[in-house]
Design a protein. Structure first.
Length: 323
């Protein structure tokens, strides 16, 4: 009768767990494992006003009374599916861009005449695989959103021009990339091996404004060339935004040119609003993920890149840290 009720929100459902008042967060994660079959290393708990719960010794009596905790967790099977995605991405690289590999015939376009070179470039210089998060609601809608990004005339134009091939475009989980101070809009891993994109609203109830997301795509593609956010980076970003806008205009859309913000001190936020950031890369690792860090591992295979992304994500979960 003295047990404390803990409200857990997990995948659009609310559950009530009852624990003794002497319990800690460590006890809670163990109870969650027995209830949801999610090992503690795969769990991430988000509490109102406290953020991500990182201290396993924190008493549950310190949690906001009557407030829901958000549980994010992926089963080992879901992690394995990401590993399978890496195999698929590597297969696509061999098929579309591998040395000596034939390029498949281009699909007929709904036009009177087809430019073979254009069809070839569209098949090669693009996002080879799109992967929504299957454990979030309506993954089919996320897939359509990612398809819109891939097929955007402006995005296609700059990827053709600069000969960029991105093996994998992943949907980003908003909760895993949100803190009290900021939220991440995009991640470029290893200069274009994998790009993660925040397309959902924070409550999972809808999708973010497409033009804002498209600016994020342009931002992350710039990290294929420049790791940091120096003047060269922002000059390239402005240039690409102009090219995307002109291509969009030529296809009947609305130009995005001129919508820039230059904050005091000479920095440049570009696609990001206040409190929004991008993860150009991970720091301190043995391989570069599109941001500041060493360059010792640039020779890694694309399979190794993707597998390391999974490993680092799991380390973050075990340590209670963010991505």
């Amino acid at each position: 009768d003295d047990d404390i009720p803990i409200l857990i929100s997990h995948r659009s459902a609310t559950h009530t767990l009852h624990l003794p008042p002497t319990s800690t967060i460590s006890d809670l994660t163990t109870f969650i494992e027995s209830t949801f079959s999610i090992p503690p290393a795969y769990q991430k708990l988000l509490a109102p006003k406290l953020g991500i719960l990182k201290d396993p010794c924190l008493p549950i009596t310190s949690l906001p009374a009557g407030k829901k905790l958000t549980l994010m967790g992926s089963s080992p099977e879901e992690v394995a599916s990401v590993q399978n995605a890496s195999k698929s991405a590597k297969s696509n690289i061999r098929r579309f861009g591998g040395k000596g590999s034939p390029i498949p015939a281009a699909r007929p376009a709904p036009r009177a005449s087809i430019d073979p070179k254009r069809a070839h470039d569209d098949a090669v210089y693009t996002f080879l695989e799109l992967r929504p998060l299957g454990y979030l609601p309506n993954p089919e809608k996320s897939l359509k959103y990612l398809e819109r990004v891939r097929d955007d005339p402006g995005i296609r134009a700059i990827m053709r021009r600069y000969k960029w091939t991105v093996p994998l475009l992943l949907e980003m989980n908003p909760v895993e990339h949100t803190t009290h101070e900021s939220k991440t809009l995009g991640v470029n891993r290893n200069k274009g091996e994998v790009i993660e994109l925040r397309i959902r609203t924070d409550d999972y109830g809808g999708y973010r404004d497409y033009k804002t997301v498209r600016r994020t795509v342009v931002h992350e593609l710039c990290h294929n060339v420049y790791s940091g956010h120096d003047r060269n980076f922002w000059d390239l970003y402005r240039q690409l935004e102009g090219e995307v806008g002109r291509a969009d205009w030529s296809h009947g859309g609305n130009s995005l040119g001129g919508e820039f913000y230059e904050p005091p001190g000479g920095g440049y936020l570009g696609v990001m609003e206040e409190g929004e950031v991008d993860e150009g890369g991970w720091r301190g690792g043995e391989w570069v993920l599109g941001g500041e860090g060493t360059r010792e591992g640039e020779g890694l295979s694309k399979r190794e890149v993707l597998l390391r992304a999974v490993e680092e994500r799991m380390k973050g979960k075990r340590g209670g840290g963010g991505g």
